[in-house]
Design a protein around this ligand. Structure first.
Ligand code: THU
Length: 161
Protein backbone atom coordinates (compact mmCIF):
# COMPACT_ATOMS: atom_id res chain seq x y z
CA UNK A 1 0.00 0.00 0.00
CA UNK A 2 1.20 3.50 -0.73
CA UNK A 3 -0.25 6.69 0.62
CA UNK A 4 -0.57 9.75 -1.55
CA UNK A 5 -1.34 13.31 -0.59
CA UNK A 6 -3.47 15.50 -2.82
CA UNK A 7 -2.89 19.23 -2.42
CA UNK A 8 -3.32 22.35 -4.48
CA UNK A 9 -2.27 25.99 -4.57
CA UNK A 10 -4.70 28.76 -3.84
CA UNK A 11 -4.12 32.52 -3.98
CA UNK A 12 -5.81 34.79 -1.47
CA UNK A 13 -6.46 38.42 -2.39
CA UNK A 14 -7.58 40.81 0.35
CA UNK A 15 -10.30 42.21 -1.91
CA UNK A 16 -11.23 42.38 -5.59
CA UNK A 17 -9.22 45.61 -5.86
CA UNK A 18 -6.07 43.53 -5.51
CA UNK A 19 -6.87 41.47 -8.63
CA UNK A 20 -5.15 42.01 -11.96
CA UNK A 21 -7.15 44.19 -14.37
CA UNK A 22 -8.48 41.33 -16.47
CA UNK A 23 -9.69 39.46 -13.41
CA UNK A 24 -11.14 42.54 -11.71
CA UNK A 25 -13.19 43.25 -14.85
CA UNK A 26 -14.43 39.69 -14.84
CA UNK A 27 -15.42 39.89 -11.17
CA UNK A 28 -17.21 43.18 -11.79
CA UNK A 29 -19.28 41.48 -14.48
CA UNK A 30 -20.08 38.66 -12.05
CA UNK A 31 -21.30 41.25 -9.53
CA UNK A 32 -23.55 42.77 -12.23
CA UNK A 33 -24.84 39.32 -13.11
CA UNK A 34 -25.55 38.54 -9.46
CA UNK A 35 -28.02 41.42 -9.33
CA UNK A 36 -30.27 39.64 -11.84
CA UNK A 37 -30.44 36.37 -9.91
CA UNK A 38 -33.93 34.96 -9.53
CA UNK A 39 -33.83 33.52 -6.04
CA UNK A 40 -37.10 34.22 -4.20
CA UNK A 41 -36.92 30.92 -2.28
CA UNK A 42 -33.38 30.97 -0.86
CA UNK A 43 -32.78 34.73 -0.97
CA UNK A 44 -29.22 33.73 -1.89
CA UNK A 45 -27.96 35.47 -5.02
CA UNK A 46 -25.06 34.19 -7.09
CA UNK A 47 -23.43 35.70 -10.18
CA UNK A 48 -20.95 34.05 -12.51
CA UNK A 49 -18.90 35.54 -15.33
CA UNK A 50 -17.12 33.26 -17.79
CA UNK A 51 -14.13 34.60 -19.72
CA UNK A 52 -13.64 32.97 -23.12
CA UNK A 53 -10.34 32.75 -24.98
CA UNK A 54 -11.68 35.23 -27.57
CA UNK A 55 -12.07 37.82 -24.80
CA UNK A 56 -15.87 37.65 -24.64
CA UNK A 57 -17.58 37.32 -21.28
CA UNK A 58 -20.69 35.24 -20.69
CA UNK A 59 -22.83 35.84 -17.61
CA UNK A 60 -25.08 33.67 -15.50
CA UNK A 61 -26.96 33.85 -12.23
CA UNK A 62 -28.97 31.39 -10.17
CA UNK A 63 -32.47 30.73 -11.46
CA UNK A 64 -34.76 29.15 -8.89
CA UNK A 65 -38.10 27.44 -9.33
CA UNK A 66 -41.16 26.69 -7.18
CA UNK A 67 -40.33 23.05 -7.92
CA UNK A 68 -36.98 23.47 -6.17
CA UNK A 69 -34.78 20.95 -8.08
CA UNK A 70 -35.81 22.52 -11.38
CA UNK A 71 -33.70 25.60 -10.57
CA UNK A 72 -30.08 25.96 -11.62
CA UNK A 73 -26.93 27.46 -10.12
CA UNK A 74 -25.31 30.56 -11.61
CA UNK A 75 -22.17 28.70 -12.69
CA UNK A 76 -24.05 26.14 -14.74
CA UNK A 77 -26.31 28.76 -16.32
CA UNK A 78 -23.12 30.54 -17.46
CA UNK A 79 -21.02 27.58 -18.64
CA UNK A 80 -23.97 25.94 -20.41
CA UNK A 81 -24.67 29.21 -22.20
CA UNK A 82 -21.00 29.34 -23.23
CA UNK A 83 -21.11 25.72 -24.40
CA UNK A 84 -24.33 26.31 -26.32
CA UNK A 85 -23.36 29.56 -27.99
CA UNK A 86 -19.57 29.41 -28.29
CA UNK A 87 -18.83 25.76 -29.10
CA UNK A 88 -15.12 25.05 -29.44
CA UNK A 89 -14.10 28.34 -27.78
CA UNK A 90 -12.07 27.64 -24.65
CA UNK A 91 -12.97 28.97 -21.22
CA UNK A 92 -10.07 30.79 -19.54
CA UNK A 93 -11.60 31.75 -16.21
CA UNK A 94 -14.81 32.01 -14.20
CA UNK A 95 -15.52 34.62 -11.52
CA UNK A 96 -18.20 33.77 -8.94
CA UNK A 97 -19.75 36.06 -6.35
CA UNK A 98 -22.53 35.34 -3.89
CA UNK A 99 -24.52 37.17 -1.28
CA UNK A 100 -27.85 37.03 0.48
CA UNK A 101 -30.85 39.31 0.78
CA UNK A 102 -30.75 38.48 4.52
CA UNK A 103 -27.10 39.24 5.29
CA UNK A 104 -23.91 40.41 3.60
CA UNK A 105 -21.76 37.44 2.62
CA UNK A 106 -18.14 38.31 3.35
CA UNK A 107 -16.52 34.93 2.73
CA UNK A 108 -15.77 33.55 -0.75
CA UNK A 109 -18.53 31.28 -2.04
CA UNK A 110 -17.30 28.06 -3.62
CA UNK A 111 -19.15 26.25 -6.41
CA UNK A 112 -21.33 23.31 -5.37
CA UNK A 113 -20.39 19.76 -6.32
CA UNK A 114 -22.73 19.65 -9.32
CA UNK A 115 -21.22 22.85 -10.71
CA UNK A 116 -17.69 21.54 -10.17
CA UNK A 117 -18.63 18.46 -12.18
CA UNK A 118 -20.19 20.55 -14.96
CA UNK A 119 -17.20 22.90 -15.19
CA UNK A 120 -14.83 19.91 -15.05
CA UNK A 121 -16.44 18.52 -18.23
CA UNK A 122 -15.39 21.63 -20.16
CA UNK A 123 -11.92 21.69 -18.61
CA UNK A 124 -11.33 18.08 -19.62
CA UNK A 125 -12.73 18.64 -23.12
CA UNK A 126 -10.62 21.73 -23.83
CA UNK A 127 -7.47 20.24 -22.29
CA UNK A 128 -6.51 23.46 -20.54
CA UNK A 129 -7.18 24.73 -17.03
CA UNK A 130 -10.08 26.97 -16.09
CA UNK A 131 -9.14 29.49 -13.40
CA UNK A 132 -11.68 30.26 -10.70
CA UNK A 133 -12.11 33.49 -8.74
CA UNK A 134 -14.40 33.17 -5.72
CA UNK A 135 -15.89 36.00 -3.70
CA UNK A 136 -18.78 36.79 -1.36
CA UNK A 137 -20.28 40.26 -1.65
CA UNK A 138 -17.25 41.85 -0.01
CA UNK A 139 -13.95 40.68 1.41
CA UNK A 140 -11.38 38.19 0.24
CA UNK A 141 -11.13 36.70 -3.22
CA UNK A 142 -9.74 33.19 -3.65
CA UNK A 143 -8.12 32.12 -6.89
CA UNK A 144 -7.91 28.43 -7.82
CA UNK A 145 -5.78 27.54 -10.82
CA UNK A 146 -7.99 24.78 -12.19
CA UNK A 147 -11.31 23.13 -11.47
CA UNK A 148 -9.47 19.79 -11.26
CA UNK A 149 -7.79 21.12 -8.11
CA UNK A 150 -11.11 21.40 -6.30
CA UNK A 151 -12.60 18.23 -7.80
CA UNK A 152 -9.94 15.58 -7.28
CA UNK A 153 -10.67 12.06 -8.57
CA UNK A 154 -13.29 13.46 -10.93
CA UNK A 155 -15.55 11.23 -12.93
CA UNK A 156 -14.85 11.93 -16.61
CA UNK A 157 -15.82 10.63 -20.04
CA UNK A 158 -12.67 8.48 -19.99
CA UNK A 159 -14.69 5.88 -18.04
CA UNK A 160 -17.36 5.66 -20.72
CA UNK A 161 -15.65 3.66 -23.45
N1 THU B 1 -26.15 28.35 -5.83
C1 THU B 1 -25.44 28.73 -6.93
O1 THU B 1 -25.94 29.45 -7.80
N2 THU B 1 -24.16 28.29 -7.03
C2 THU B 1 -23.55 27.46 -6.15
O2 THU B 1 -22.46 26.99 -6.41
C3 THU B 1 -24.20 27.16 -4.87
C4 THU B 1 -25.63 27.51 -4.77
C5 THU B 1 -27.55 28.79 -5.72
C6 THU B 1 -28.54 27.68 -5.90
C7 THU B 1 -29.73 28.24 -5.15
O3 THU B 1 -30.46 29.08 -6.04
C8 THU B 1 -29.11 29.09 -4.06
O4 THU B 1 -27.79 29.35 -4.46
C9 THU B 1 -29.12 28.45 -2.69
O5 THU B 1 -28.57 27.19 -2.71
Amino acid sequence: MIKKKVSFDISVFSSMDELENRDKKLMKRAVEARKNAYSPYSNFTVGAAVLLENGEMVLGNNQENAAYPSGLCAERVAVFYAGANYPGIKIKAIAITATSINYKVDTPAAPCGNCRQAISEYETKQESPIELFLMGETGKVLKCNAIADILPLAFTSSFLL
